[in-house]
Design a binder for this molecule. Structure first.
Ligand code: ZN
Length: 371
């Protein structure tokens, strides 16, 4: 029996594999920060064997509450991912599974691979009204790419959507793929109407280094990009530095920052109402956007979300707060679950890539409503 993780977004540490009833593993911290929760590994040679995989330091994870009600994802072919039973015993996360094939992959959430990311950029290059621009290099030397859909013209609104500042939140890039595919569908009247009125600037992966390295939350320099927006640096957070500069060049009329939440089993948004600069006009736009989103996707809800923050300057280090404050526009963080949508659970797959894609397609309707 063997466990390996030397592949795109692979992450785990092996302690002892001598007893299938007690396969001892540990979460591997982010590459340059002491933060752990993401895992992705291959188990080989366990076909037909009842396995209990123990991630022994799950209590040290960034969000231990995320293990409550959590089920791991598994796949044989790396295409179809399904949920397998898991429970948190207060210290370890214990995954129980009898593999039906020679190799099986386990992950915290359905991965969105680096190859799929490059394929998405390649497909973007072939679409009319779409441009792909390399904004600069990431901290680890990878390309940071912006996909622009729509023809710039005076009076057109500038809609910015960024995904995956936190690289372990792979659902965010699935969301971006769903959004882009709908924009590219020339038979879709909503997409056509949006592109008549707006240009969309989409960064499908803000943190390609962290994604490749199998990090939960940080880039190759160990920075949480969603705490860098007030004063990004080319040395430590070039991803934010480049995107912020591009936003300042285009202006921003509407901003969405796409994430996954370890704890809450719901899709929800978090706005800017705690900012001293928040205006009644922004509040009105936000209420109308959320109302239309509720109609467009029954996966979205507004009952459960984050507690209202009290304003501190620290909040302006977050992308959606900095953008809302700087541009005075509607600016939202959108969160999807790692577990499942408790309002609409799926016992086989939980929340997954396809459901995230569907949500990304549906968000075009509230965007159109706002234009
Ligand atoms: Zn996040």
């Amino acid at each position: 029996m063997h466990v390996s993780s030397c592949f795109d977004s692979g992450a785990v540490q092996v302690v002892d594999l001598s007893d299938p009833a007690r396969l001892r593993l540990r979460l591997r911290p982010d590459s340059a920060a002491d933060i752990r929760q993401w895992f992705h590994f291959r188990l080989q040679g366990a076909r037909g064997v009842a396995c209990r995989l123990r991630l022994e330091d799950a209590d040290l994870a960034a969000f231990p509450d995320g293990w409550q009600g959590y089920r791991a994802v598994a796949s044989y072919d790396r295409r179809a991912w399904f949920r397998v039973p898991a429970h948190f015993d207060g210290q370890a996360l214990v995954i129980e599974h009898t593999p039906e094939a020679d190799s099986v992959y386990y992950a915290y959430f359905e991965p969105y691979s680096g190859e799929r990311h490059l394929d998405l950029l390649g497909r973007a290059c072939l679409h009319a009204r779409t441009r792909v621009e390399r904004l600069g290099a990431t901290a680890g030397g990878r390309d940071l790419d912006l996909v622009t859909v729509g023809e710039p013209a005076s009076g057109k609104r500038k809609v910015w959507v960024i995904a995956r500042q936190h690289p372990g939140e792979s659902m965010a890039e699935w969301f971006a793929e769903g959004l882009l595919e709908r924009l590219w569908d020339e038979t879709d009247p909503v997409a056509r109407a949006v592109l008549d009125k707006a240009v969309l600037f989409v960064v499908p992966n803000m943190n390609p280094d962290g994604a490749a390295l199998g990090n939960l939350r940080t880039n190759a320099a160990g920075r949480n990009l969603n705490r860098e927006w007030l004063s990004p640096s080319l040395a430590a957070s070039p991803e934010v530095w480049h995107v912020r500069r591009a936003m300042e060049a285009t202006g921003v009329d509407l901003f969405l920052d796409i994430h996954g939440d370890e704890g809450l089993p719901y899709v929800f948004t978090d706005g800017c109402d705690m900012l001293p600069s928040f205006t009644p006009a922004q509040a009105k736009r936000e209420a109308a956007f959320l109302a239309r989103f509720l109609e467009a996707s029954p996966d979205f809800q507004t009952r459960c979300g984050y507690a209202r923050d009290r304003f501190t300057d620290e909040l302006l280090t977050l992308a959606s707060k900095w953008v809302g404050h700087t541009f005075g526009c509607l600016s939202l963080t959108l969160e999807m679950p790692f577990k499942d949508n408790a309002d609409r659970p799926d016992p086989v797959v939980g929340w997954n890539g396809l459901r995230s894609k569907a949500l990304g397609a549906a968000v075009l309707e509230p965007i159109l409503q706002d234009l």
